[in-house]
Design a protein around this ligand. Structure first.
Ligand code: AMP
Length: 351
């Protein structure tokens, strides 16, 4: 199966990106039956805050190194930078002319982001999903690992494939979403929102210093034990039983989400500790100490990322060599890209 996925360079790779995307890519690339294309969506990132040329270039280069440090391997996958494949922009234009405005207006990410960056709602933000459809369909990818924030965009890519095929004859497969286990990691401070880069104490950077990891985990929102009678783990799903003590709390939902998020992280980084918390009757809340749990979690996280931090430091010393990997990847990927674009242009009548 041909798998493709991308990530924007926006200055900081956080735990949501890691658990929702990159960790899964590294796993998928080891599956011999699949072929993976993974790319840095530099052009998509221009829809966000505009930076100076040197800042943008630094973000792209750092992400290129981060992905290698986390285990993406050019011997197993094709790695490239989006703007090095100019065919994608030609295909995106053709898709723009095929996609009704109404469909793009319905995209929740567009609605969210345009309401947050009111003064700078650019057209790129609006046509973000058609460029993403071009990313995927240019390579005729069959599966796209995504966090659930990208599911709607992927559905649009599927619809674009159907629409194109109907009008011009079978050309593209309909790519399916591969939802990761941690499809939505929540913010540490406000667990009703997904973890993102918007507030510095709400996310943990994959390459954060150990002291920062401890500090941020320590400051994560939790709940008082008397809000829950029991917390069960039913086949890995965490289930909360609201307190029978009749306590009504206005922030119940937030606290439930907070505890869920912490337990999810514990399950990822220290599964033994996670399992040990649950007996057949659920968590014994009288014994649950959040400070202890947070300390164990932070310790496990620091240990998990230590080898990656070391590899990143090594790669930083040979940056040029690392960047060449992406140039070679683009060269290889362009062969398929040019072939698909030629086929599309012929079918549309441009050549
Ligand atoms: P982006 O930074 O938007 O380019 O996202 C790169 C990848 O990380 C996408 O597959 C997203 O779905 C995933 N991702 C971003 N934030 C989260 C989150 N909080 N939880 C899970 N996945 C996420």
């Amino acid at each position: 199966m041909k798998i493709l996925s991308g990530i924007k360079p926006s200055g900081y790779l956080h735990l949501g990106n890691y658990l929702g995307a990159v960790k899964n890519w590294v796993k998928l690339q080891n599956n011999k039956k699949d072929s993976g294309l993974f790319f840095i969506a530099d052009s998509h990132s221009l829809t966000e805050n505009l930076l100076s040329a040197s800042e943008k270039q630094e973000q792209i280069q750092e992400l290129a190194i981060d992905l290698l440090a986390l285990g993406l391997d050019p011997r197993k996958s094709t790695l490239f930078i989006q703007s090095h494949i100019p065919e994608v922009f030609e295909l995106a234009w053709i898709f723009n002319c095929l996609t009704p405005m109404g469909e793009l207006e319905r995209m929740t990410q567009y609605k969210d982001k345009s309401s947050r960056q009111r003064e700078s709602v650019n057209a790129g933000l609006f046509t973000y999903p058609t460029l993403m459809a071009a990313d995927v369909l240019l390579f005729k990818a069959e599966a796209v690992p995504v966090g659930d924030d990208q599911s709607q965009h992927l559905e649009l890519a599927r619809e674009t494939a159907r629409r194109f095929n109907k009008r011009y004859g079978k050309t593209f497969p309909e790519p399916k979403a591969l939802l990761t286990k941690v499809a939505r990691l929540m913010s540490l401070k406000n667990p009703l929102e997904k973890m993102s880069k918007s507030a510095s104490d709400s996310y943990i950077g994959v390459f954060d210093e150990p002291t920062a990891i401890f500090e941020k985990i320590r400051g994560a929102t939790t709940a008082s034990n008397d809000l829950f009678e029991k917390i069960y783990s039913v086949q890995g799903e965490i289930v909360f039983e609201p307190s029978r003590r009749g306590i009504e709390h206005p922030e119940f939902e937030k606290m439930e989400a907070a505890v869920n998020n912490l337990l999810l992280l514990l399950q990822e980084f220290d599964s033994d500790k996670f399992k040990s918390l649950f007996s057949n009757n659920g968590i014994d809340l009288d014994r649950l100490r959040y400070s202890e749990l947070k300390n164990d979690l932070a310790k496990a996280m620091v240990a998990h990322f230590a080898p990656f931090r070391q590899k990143r430091a090594d790669l930083m010393r040979q940056k040029k060599k690392a960047l060449k990997i992406y140039q070679a990847g683009a060269k290889k990927a362009r062969i398929t890209a040019q072939k698909t674009l030629k086929e599309v242009k012929k079918k549309v009548g441009l050549i």
